[in-house]
Design a protein around this ligand. Sequence first.
Ligand SMILES: C=C1C[C@]23C[C@H]1CC[C@H]2[C@@]12CCC[C@@](C)(C(=O)O1)[C@H]2[C@@H]3C(=O)O
Ligand SMILES: O=C(O)CCC(=O)C(=O)O
Ligand SMILES: [Fe+2]
Length: 323
Amino acid sequence: MSFTMRNYRPTTFFSGIPIIDLSKPDSKRALVKACEELGFFKVVNHGVPMEFISRLESKALSFFSLPLSEKEKAGPPNPFGYGNKSIGPNGDVGWLEYLLFTINQDSFSQRFLSVFGHNPEEFRSALNDYISAVKKMACEILEMMADGLRIQPRNVFSKLLMDEQSDSVFRLNHYPPIAGIQTLNSNNMIGFGEHTDPQIISVLRSNNTSGLQISLGENNWVSVPPDQNSFFINVGDSLQVMTNGRFKSVRHRVLANSMRSRVSMIYFGGPPLSEKIAPLPPLMKEKEESLYKEFTWFEYKRSAYNSRLADNRLHHFEKVAAS
Ligand SMILES: C=C1C[C@]23C[C@H]1CC[C@H]2[C@@]12CCC[C@@](C)(C(=O)O1)[C@H]2[C@@H]3C(=O)O
Ligand SMILES: O=C(O)CCC(=O)C(=O)O
Ligand SMILES: [Fe+2]
């Protein structure tokens, strides 16, 4: 028996991921419940053309299959570009490579133009089509959330993503299969270490390879069944603050214990840098106080980039309860 057979352990998938049907108006309540209980859910009937998804996935795969020396021309990853194994500026590592883009700015600097070779325009248009469609869907979800929370105007959240100055990010992750080196390491090699996303909302789409896990609390990790035709939504730290802790930003990670490579694309919807992140007044009950100190997205982002991936970033911004 080969090493890989001996080490093979089937994944047990969690069956409790809420599924939200975007074509049904009464999904609003289920959506709010999912954000309160888990901070994570799956979206079906999302309206994003499959063609946009597969076109970008194939562009991403052709980039990741270039020789390392070519890909490195699109680096370093901070603040934006190609990254390999290292995540963020503070020494975190994972078994992946990725491309990070800023949105609402010209993501294609000179170093991108040199890497996407003869037709950078094709990559650019695949990226633009995908991001516009996913951003539109993210805004619909945020408007359904406002409706579900019975607050007005219904664009209280979505207007932050629609703002010209919105500080949003897009990421293409590639986790190579680890079959060959599995014997050297444990079965639970980390692809992307545990963390919460700092922004408002994250929209994730992956191919059919497993690996994503979410935390149900205190070291209770469950595996998310992959579904290449759907999207997964994460509540980010900023949305947790805007709802004064009613919605939970979900801790998640990726295990790279797969025989197949995993490709994921994630849109991180963020507010403008100058935006104050604070609980929305209509969500505050009488005499209810904010659980958080006042801060802008710029301040939160700066603090996030000075932290380690697994840190509880929101902790520094929590008010210490008066005793
Ligand atoms: C250690 C890190 C790496 C960070 C910043 C900091 C804390 C959280 C990470 C993320 C997670 C969500 C996307 C991203 C783009 C973001 O905004 O925060 C990531 C960023 C990076 O991968 O560079
Ligand atoms: O690649 C994935 O599936 C998730 C990665 C992730 O959580 C992130 O990039 O913030
Ligand atoms: Fe994440």
